[in-house]
Design a protein around this ligand. Structure first.
Ligand code: ACK
Length: 290
């Protein structure tokens, strides 16, 4: 890679104010495997005494303090967000094991859902609606000066067929007041196939680089769950992108949606559309007729 990798030092651990006590949580079955441990379905008895169904992410015992910091950082970012298209954090339960409690979205990952039910999902209805919801959540995130850095179909969860939500804020960062980009110092587990040229080359992340990833996410959706660039390695992907090549349109993807994707993959960050423009494009079909 043109970008050198450095390990980041563990920093001071993040503190949370209203921690959840273990007595108010019941862990049920495992619903998935996350990067830092299993994700459980469970029940949380809230402060009013009402029970709500929740998703509980558990930090595995053998994780390093850097992993713990990343886990807490994810919760910390989520604690600042409140939008219908973004998964809500309910709280942290100090361990061990350390638990992150989130609202439960029952249909799970959009990517898995699309792959399992392709015949029940219309590009002109569900996919465009989910695309609008993701753009509107990202627009909110941009206004709050956060960059997501891991926008991909696997990280969009479905509450039901009418509501998609952005999740996985493990790589997310808040931008400093004086800069519209974040400079990463470590390239650990980077999803290169979703990354914009300025991110894989210089480790620079902004809302415009999130827009590039949004374009790849659209491609995954409208290709009904194909893997971007298939078997290609990250280095090969970088090579073809630098030559000006891009992902190709797949059969069920409407022409106008593919044009939007291509706009998201403009080499220059400034030439890409904003999330506000993208949410308008997808929110009203009439825009496609113009
Ligand atoms: O594809 P899935 O079923 O949806 O498997 C992954 C797994 O946990 C690891 O991330 C699922 N998951 C994560 N957060 C939630 C949540 N808030 N509600 C429901 N499922 C979740 C995700």
């Amino acid at each position: 890679f043109p970008f050198t990798l450095r390990k980041s030092k563990p920093k001071q651990l993040i503190e949370f104010q209203d921690n959840i006590t273990r007595d108010n949580l019941i862990l049920d079955e495992v619903i998935g495997e996350g990067e830092f441990g299993s994700v459980y379905k469970g029940i949380y008895q809230n402060l009013e005494g009402n029970e709500e169904k929740v998703a509980i992410k558990m930090l595995r015992y053998d994780m390093s303090s850097t992993n713990k910091l990343e886990f807490l950082r994810e919760a910390h970012v989520m604690a600042n967000l409140n939008h219908p298209c973004i998964i809500k954090l309910i709280g942290i339960c100090e361990g061990p094991p350390l638990l992150m409690v989130q609202e439960l979205v029952v249909l799970g990952s959009m990517l898995t859902y699309i792959i399992k039910h392709p015949e029940h999902i219309s590009p002109n209805y569900e996919l465009k609606m989910w695309a609008a919801q993701i753009a509107s959540g990202m627009c909110y995130l941009e206004n709050k000066r956060f960059v997501h850095r891991d926008l991909a179909a696997r990280n969009i969860l479905l509450e039901d067929r009418h509501q998609a939500k952005i999740s996985d804020f493990g790589l997310s960062r808040m931008l400093n007041v004086d800069k519209d980009y974040y400079k990463a110092s470590n390239g650990g587990r980077w999803p290169i196939k979703w990354y914009a040229p300025e991110s894989y080359s210089y480790g620079t992340f902004s809302s415009a680089s999130d827009v590039w990833s949004y374009g790849v996410t659209l491609w995954e959706m409208f290709s009904y769950g194909q893997r971007p660039y298939d078997e290609m390695e990250g280095v090969q992907v970088i090579n073809i992108l630098e030559k000006g090549e891009r992902l190709k349109r797949t059969p069920r993807c409407p022409e106008e949606v593919f044009k939007t994707m291509e706009m998201c993959w403009a080499y220059e960050p400034k030439e890409r559309p904003t999330f506000s423009q993208l949410s308008k494009i997808f929110a009203s079909d009439s825009d496609y007729e113009n």
